[in-house]
Design a protein around this ligand. Structure first.
Ligand SMILES: C[S@@+](CC[C@H](N)C(=O)[O-])C[C@H]1O[C@@H](n2cnc3c(N)ncnc32)[C@H](O)[C@@H]1O
Length: 283
């Protein structure tokens, strides 16, 4: 790596600009040590908060997600970060104001908003809603309630500018994960971080979007991994340690890692939960 690149990374180390359910910040050391030493392009088809992308800052990356509001936010940070910073500085942490901003996607006015205004609203709601939860109803309207914080940091201009730098050369698009199959080449590397399969049969599948990521999707993702493997594309995948997942990926390298997660949403109890990292290469 060139010295000026090293310096740029030291000055600005970007972190996820949104709180995201299933964010990978905790597992970064485990993920990082499994990254191949060299590869062509980096693919992340479930980008979410993008923790691994921001840690690695690969030169060439293709970042996609099915959530159009999230993808708009990434695009705005890449292309119009100063306008976003200016717009964000207008927001205030106040309950009535929160519900007013939240309610805009229930009106016709929302479609007249610019990409910057929509991105700014996304960050504002993410930083001030309950638990940073992204939740929409069947009409795609944001419905997480107001959250109690001491002083939520709605605007972190330094981090947004660092993310802007890291995203400069990235391809950012709305896409279903299956799309990766058409785009990827043999020397590329893909990291899959799908919504996790529930550990117990009574737990609900995590819903980030209008369309649920159900068992069938977990099968389709495994089939995609098989197809990539047959084309010698290297992939890494994280998921829960549910019996379904251990069974689906038994032909690949499956390793257990431990993350502190909320284990009971009613009591807020937290504990070390085993998760898995699957790879189709030696590391
Ligand atoms: C577990 S999160 C990713 C977390 C992320 N790696 C991080 O560090 O924050 C899963 C993401 O998958 C996206 N998603 C759900 N279904 C999808 C699909 N069919 N295709 C592509 N993305 C999907 C969700 O919008 C969500 O952003």
């Amino acid at each position: 790596m060139k010295t000026d690149e090293t310096l740029a990374k030291a000055i600005a180390s970007p972190k996820p600009f949104v709180k995201w359910v299933g964010g990978k910040t905790q597992l970064l050391p485990e993920l990082e040590k499994r990254i191949p030493k060299s590869f062509g392009r980096y693919y992340e088809p479930f980008i979410g908060g993008g923790a691994l992308f921001f840690r690695l800052q690969p030169q060439r990356a293709c970042l996609t997600d099915i959530n159009p509001d999230l993808v708009n936010l990434y695009t705005v940070i890449r292309d119009q970060v100063e306008a976003l910073i200016e717009d964000l500085s207008q927001h205030v942490y106040e309950k009535d104001y929160f519900y007013q901003v939240r309610g805009v996607d229930r009106t016709a006015e929302y479609s007249t908003w610019t990409d910057v205004q929509q991105a700014s609203r996304f960050i504002y709601l993410n930083k001030t809603c309950y638990n940073g939860l992204y939740r929409v109803n069947l009409k795609g309207q944001f419905n997480a309630p107001f959250g109690r914080y001491t002083r939520p940091m709605i605007l972190d201009a330094g981090n947004l500018r660092a993310c802007h730098q890291a995203l400069q050369k990235a391809v950012i698009e709305v896409a279903d994960f299956h799309d990766v199959k058409k785009r990827i080449r043999a020397d590329d590397f893909v990291y899959f971080d799908p919504p996790y399969a529930p550990l117990s049969t009574t737990a609900k599948f995590t819903s980030y979007t209008k369309k649920r990521f159900d068992i069938e999707m977990q099968y389709e993702l495994r089939d995609l991994c098989r197809a990539l493997d047959q084309r010698s594309v290297r992939f890494m995948l994280s998921n829960s340690s549910a019996p379904l997942i251990l069974d689906l990926y038994s032909e690949f390298n499956v390793e257990f890692v431990y993350a502190t997660r909320s284990i009971n949403s009613n009591t807020g109890k937290r504990g070390k939960i085993p998760e898995v990292i699957v790879t189709n290469y030696e590391h």
